[in-house]
Design a protein around this ligand. Structure first.
Ligand SMILES: [Zn+2]
Length: 56
């Protein structure tokens, strides 16, 4: 999976879950994993962490 900002490789764990946050090592941008429908591949959505409470 490639970073939306810099196109570097972003590692996605094989057991990744919907809503998991992954971070690009190159530019430091955080992305949320979004599965648009069951069984499909994840897509990356830029995470908006400012002032957000993710419940953890
Ligand atoms: Zn990047």
């Amino acid at each position: 999976m490639n970073c939306l900002e810099c196109d570097a490789q972003v590692p996605v764990p094989s057991d990744a879950i919907q809503g998991e946050i992954v971070t690009c090592k190159d530019c430091g941008t955080s992305f949320e994993l979004v599965r648009e429908q069951a069984g499909s591949l994840f897509t990356l959505r830029q995470a908006e962490l400012e002032g957000e409470d993710w419940g953890e």
